[in-house]
Design a binder for this molecule. Structure first.
Ligand SMILES: Cc1cc2nc3c(=O)[nH]c(=O)nc-3n(C[C@H](O)[C@H](O)[C@H](O)COP(=O)(O)O)c2cc1C
Length: 208
């Protein structure tokens, strides 16, 4: 197995969960949207793209979010803290999501129609599976967001320590939107730990 993109491996190996951010730093709307763009290059089932991002960046909104996140200072100190949401797949949503692939000429229209029907049948009425898909998609987007931040020299930290119901209410999330994780992003301060040691692959991988 040869290394094709060494910088990507460097980013994966260098990334760590940043606890201390430089307070008072900001990111432009353009920078925030670029991070969202890169996060959404993650795959999603059927290309559902069932993720949504609430970029919490104003001092008032960050203070509101921090109060719902066990008072974690990084929510406020980071330039932006994303509420990364996954959506339950919506019936009938795929045709418009697949249309660009059809228009680009590589997905036959009949296949798009078949996939749309298959997705509706697969998720329809299955709340558990729909929620699982919301969490899967948002988690993959979160991983890409962490790497995108690293690629821009920014620190980032995923967080599960928050009141999901409180966040959903305070930030007006829809019924079918699950706040999966918070991701604080911004210039890191000094004093952060490096990436922590991981279990040996041989202890967690089963080669069958
Ligand atoms: C889903 C998830 C939730 C996490 N929640 C928190 C959190 O609420 N607060 C926090 O300080 N770190 C949180 N972390 C960061 C983890 O503690 C961290 O990723 C882990 O210790 C490994 O550290 P490293 O990424 O720097 O190697 C979370 C990480 C993940 C993936």
């Amino acid at each position: 197995m040869q290394i094709h993109t060494p910088v990507l491996i460097e980013a994966i190996e260098a990334r760590s969960s940043v606890n201390f951010f430089q307070p008072g730093q900001t990111l432009s709307d353009r920078a925030i949207l670029r991070l969202v763009d890169l996060a959404t290059r993650a795959p999603s089932a059927f290309n559902l793209q069932n993720w949504r991002f609430v970029a919490v960046r104003s001092p008032e909104q960050k203070a509101k979010l921090r109060a719902l996140a066990s008072g974690q200072a990084k929510v406020e100190d980071a330039a932006v803290t994303f509420i990364l949401c996954g959506q339950h797949p919506r019936q009938g949503s795929l045709p418009s999501l697949l249309a660009p692939s059809v228009e680009a000429g590589y997905m036959p229209a009949a296949l798009a129609a078949d996939l749309s029907a298959a997705a509706d049948a697969f998720y329809g009425g299955n709340v558990q599976l729909s929620r699982d898909e919301a969490i899967r998609s948002a988690s993959l987007a979160g991983a890409f967001l962490l790497i995108a931040a690293e690629a821009h020299g920014l620190g980032a930290c995923p967080m599960v320590g928050f009141d999901a119901d409180g966040v959903a209410e305070a930030f007006g999330l829809g019924e079918d939107e699950v706040p999966v994780m918070l991701v604080a992003v911004g210039p890191a301060a000094d004093g952060n730990w490096p990436q922590k040691p991981r279990l040996a692959p041989t202890s967690i991988a089963k080669l069958v």
